[in-house]
Write a protein of this length. Structure first.
Length: 255
């Protein structure tokens, strides 16, 4: 096909040409960017590893927090120097900051050092609980979150709902995205409560929660991504054109 006959890669305004995209391609790109790859996994895991090991070895919360923050800041500096995205380091620092806040609240309420150590893991449990509920609600009301990811790329935030096949696929993918959050809560919340009530030794709970937070962080996300990619590979669902004035021939899939 000659260059003059080729379809434009972008719509006016800089949005990708919707008829050359599929829901699958859009979601794969968005998820790949969000996951951060192996380096993102390391940046997310290192602060938790340092906090957990430092607490278990020395039972010093301030030292554990200091080492976690120092590691996250150093990784952030490396990112900035290399001019790569600092998103994952910033996320790690934000998580540590929230954990520090919960630890201080526990201390102010007269909690023991064991209670304070457990408080570090509470924000993650609460976050995953809220996220799982929100994602589930978007599916139940037929406005799945993945659909808005597709819409943000094609330039039409809600046009994807007009195609029942696209709507079903986005709903399925959103359910899959919610599953890891629900699984984290189902495993971690009872354990946290057991440590809080001292039904299980708090130090043991901190150790297990640290291990679960690492294993059920990016590794679980990558498993979820792999499953989503498998689902996406089963068929290709074309996205309807964002601009209704586009020629009907452009709706044909690229050869």
């Amino acid at each position: 096909m000659s260059d003059s006959a080729a379809e434009p890669d972008e719509l006016p305004g800089g949005h990708p040409h919707a008829t050359l995209e599929t829901v699958e391609a859009v979601v794969r790109r968005q998820l790949a960017q969000a996951m951060g790859g192996r380096r993102g996994m390391v940046e997310a895991a290192v602060p938790t590893i340092l906090f957990t090991l430092t607490w278990l070895i020395g039972r010093n919360l301030q030292l554990a927090l200091t080492l976690s923050i120092t590691a996250a800041v150093l990784m952030l500096v490396v990112r900035v120097v290399q001019r790569s995205t600092p998103q994952f380091c910033i996320n790690a620092l934000f998580g540590i900051g929230i954990g520090w806040f919960f630890i201080n609240r526990s201390a102010a309420a007269g909690g023991s050092v064991e209670d304070q150590a457990l408080a570090y893991f509470l924000p993650g449990i609460l976050y995953n609980s809220v996220y799982a509920v929100v994602l589930s609600i978007t599916c139940l009301i037929r406005w799945p979150l993945i659909g808005f990811m597709v819409g943000s790329v094609t330039g039409e935030l809600t046009a994807w709902r007009e195609d029942p096949q696209v709507l079903r696929l986005c709903t399925l993918l959103t359910w899959v995205l919610a599953a890891p959050c629900a699984l984290r809560v189902l495993l971690q919340a009872p354990l946290w409560l057991a440590g809080k009530s001292e039904t299980v030794d708090p130090d043991t709970v901190v150790a297990v929660l640290g291990a679960l937070k690492i294993a059920m962080g990016w590794p679980l996300q990558l498993v979820t991504l792999a499953f989503m990619v498998w689902l996406l590979a089963r068929n290709h669902t074309p996205v309807e054109p964002a601009d209704p004035t586009e020629p009907t021939e452009s709706a044909e899939p690229a050869a």
